[in-house]
Design a protein around this ligand. Structure first.
Ligand SMILES: *Cc1c(COP(=O)(O)O)cnc(C)c1O
Length: 248
């Protein structure tokens, strides 16, 4: 008879295989190598056991949205799974940067210089006695130009990118976006293509950016077709989220 944890592992393995297959198919259609797209498993609202089940299936990159919940999971899992890579992908307020700088390996949602400066200053030089790499960061662009949405406006991106690229303690890797929902493949591709063009313009200005963090459960194919190097997938891996947990 199967134990409950065997069942979780079987479900996790099936979903992981399905998502990897979606990525592989889109990569084939784009003439890209699927290994150029990394899968970030977005575990927000799911507990440490759900993350451990995915880790047992071989998944290594995990994304969290809420500081308190994310830090608790990282701290709970770090000793048993020291090789997991943790990405903070949620909105980040200035008063919560210290925990993120300490616990996470990547931050995707930077859209203000003040937050970048705090993260840079607060990034520890070592963790558990070992030298710690700079925090890997992406700038979030408000690609659909929606009022009151997170992200730097495209016209303000170059200035922010050059400033952040100069901060010690951070390494600017690329751009991230969350477009307004769209329901055809073509409409989904347009904002992702714009993000790629913005990145190419920055590369042409001398910034060595290699990361496009774009695409979620509903639109990862469109993102891979437009050059995503990280897709951030939650519900297709962990199931529907029952609630949006407030970040107390
Ligand atoms: C929740 C979330 C995701 C994953 O969304 P799904 O639709 O569940 O795949 C990706 N990126 C960000 C920034 C998120 O907040």
């Amino acid at each position: 008879m199967n134990s409950p944890s065997d069942d979780i592992d079987a479900t996790s393995a099936t979903r992981l295989r399905q998502v990897r297959e979606r990525i592989a198919q889109a990569a084939r259609a784009a003439g890209r190598d699927a290994s150029a797209v990394s899968l970030l498993a977005v575990s927000k609202t799911f507990d440490a056991d759900a993350v451990a089940a995915m880790a047992r299936c071989g998944q290594r990159e995990f994304g969290e949205n809420y500081v308190q919940e994310g830090v608790a999971k990282v701290d709970a899992l770090r000793s048993r799974w020291p090789d997991l890579c943790w990405h903070f992908i949620g909105p980040l307020q200035s008063n919560k940067t210290r925990d993120v700088a300490r616990c996470f390996d990547w931050v995707h949602g930077i859209d203000r210089l003040s937050v970048a400066r705090r993260l840079a200053a607060q990034r520890p030089g070592e963790r558990d006695g070992k030298a710690l790499a700079p925090l890997q960061v992406c700038l979030q662009v408000n690609i659909s130009d929606e009022p009151s949405k997170s992200g730097v406006a495209a016209r303000d991106l170059p200035e922010l990118a050059h400033e952040v690229a100069g901060l010690q303690g951070l390494r600017l890797r690329g751009l991230m976006c969350i477009p307004a929902p769209a329901h055809t493949l073509q409409a989904q591709r347009e904002p992702f293509a714009r993000l790629r063009e913005l990145q190419q313009a920055l590369v042409a200005q001398g910034l060595p950016l290699d990361t496009l963090s774009m695409g979620m459960s509903a639109d990862l194919e469109a993102a891979v077709l437009e050059g995503a190097t990280i897709v951030r997938v939650g519900s297709a891996l962990f199931g529907e989220r029952s609630r949006r947990r407030p970040d107390a």
